[in-house]
Design a protein around this ligand. Sequence first.
Ligand SMILES: Cc1ncc(C[n+]2csc(CCOP(=O)(O)OP(=O)(O)O)c2C)c(N)n1
Ligand code: SF4
Length: 420
Amino acid sequence: MHSSQNEQDSRFYGKFALIPILEPSNQQEAYDMMKVAFEMSEKLQEPVLLRVVTRLAHSRAAVEVGAQGDENAFNPSTGRGWVLLPGIAKKQYAALLEKQPLMLEAAENSPYNRNEKSGTKLGVVACGIGYNYVKEAIANFKIDGINLLKISQYPLPESKILDLAAECEEILVVEDGQPVVETDVKTIVGDKATVIGRLTGQLPRTGELDPDSVSKALGYETQSPLGTAKNLAGRPPQLCQGCGHRDVYTALKEVAAEYEGARIFGDIGCYTLGALPPFQALASCVDMGASITMAKGAADAGLFPSIAVIGDSTFTHSGMTGLLDAVNDNSNITVIISDNLTTAMTGGQDSAGTNKFEAICLGLGVSPDHVKVVTPTPPNIPEIKRIIKEEIEYNGVSVIIPRRECMQTLMRHRKQAKKQ
Ligand SMILES: Cc1ncc(C[n+]2csc(CCOP(=O)(O)OP(=O)(O)O)c2C)c(N)n1
Ligand code: SF4
C-alpha cells in the first residue's frame, strides 16, 4: 500500500520492480484483493503491490467477508533468494524476467480486468476507482455506446487494449494519479486509436478524479452536490485548543523573531499545523525525519539559528539517525522534540519512545547540559522562551523536549479511568 501527501503514483514502483499491481475500484475489491495479493505473491514468490487511492482509503463501506485464511500457511523461503549479493541478485533478475509472461497472462485472464460494452462509439479504459466514477456517470446519464474496459490488475492486459483499439477510434483513459496507463495505452495502440485523458486535457492533470470531472470527460455536465461543496469557504485544520504544540510555537516564534536569519524546519504530525496561521512558523516539511537533517545541512552551510521541530513518534521513526549525525559533526542546531506522549495525528497510538527520550539523546551523544525538558503551558511560555534562546546561543547540538499529553488522548484516558 502507498500513502503520500502529493500526487506521486505508486504504480510506477510496480512497473519499475516488474511486479503485479492490484488496484481496487471499490471497498469490496480492496478487501478481496488483499487475499488475492497474498495468494499471488506465494505462487510467484514475488511481492505484489496493492494500490489504494485517497478517496478509497478515506471511505467506509460494509463488505462481505470471506473465510479466514489459514494463519499457519506462512511458508518462509528456505533458499538464498532474498540474500541479494550481486551474484544472487543477477540470477533473481533473470528469474523475475522469466515470470513476466505469467504475470501478463494472469492480468489478461483476471476477473478484475473485464470488458463491459454498450456500444463502440467511445472506448474507455477505467482504472481502479475511475471505474466507479464511469459507472456512476453511465447510470446517471443513461449513457449508451461505451466500450468500457475495467482495469484493476497489472501488468496491463495488452491484448484486451488492442481489442478495444480495433473497435474504437478514440479511447479515454480514466485513472487517478499520474497518466501512467494513458502513456502506456498510447504506446500499445500506436496509430490504431486516439488516446485521450489527463495528458490531453479531457481530464484535469492535477487533483483527484471526481464524478463531475469524469462525467464531463464523457461529454455530460453535472450539477452534483460536489459542485456546491466546492463553493464553501475553506476550513483549514488547526491545532486543538489547549494543545501543547501551540505553546511550543508561541514561544518559538517569539524567540525566532529576534533573529533575522532564523529558520524552523518542520516534520510530519499534528505539529505540522504550525505551518498554518496563526503561527506560520515552518520553513519546510518534506518527509518523516527530514527536520533534523535539513536543519543540520542548513547549519553546516552557515545558517543561524537553525531549528528543527519534530514529534516524539517521528523522532523515533526516523529522526534519531539525523541527530547522531549532527552530534558527530557538532552541528550548530537546536532540536525541539515536541513530546505529547502519543502518535496523535494517526489516531493516538502509543509512541515507541515514551519515557526514553532523554536517555536516547544522551546515548546519541548530546551533551547532558543541553538536553532540557519543559512543560508547554501558557504560564510557562516565558521560561520556555528563555531556554530556547539559551540553547540557540549554545554552539553545538541542543535538544529541548516540551512534554505534555495530547488533549485528545488525555480526555480518552480520563474517560477510561472513570469507567473503571
Ligand atoms: C513515511 C511515513 N510513514 C507514516 C506516515 C503517517 N504519519 C503521519 S504523522 C505520523 C506520526 C505523527 O506522530 P508524532 O510525530 O508523535 O506527532 P503528533 O501527531 O503526535 O503531534 C505518521 C506515522 C507518514 N506521513 N509518512
Ligand atoms: S490531536 Fe492532540 S496533538 Fe493533535 S492538535 Fe489535538 S491536542 Fe494537539
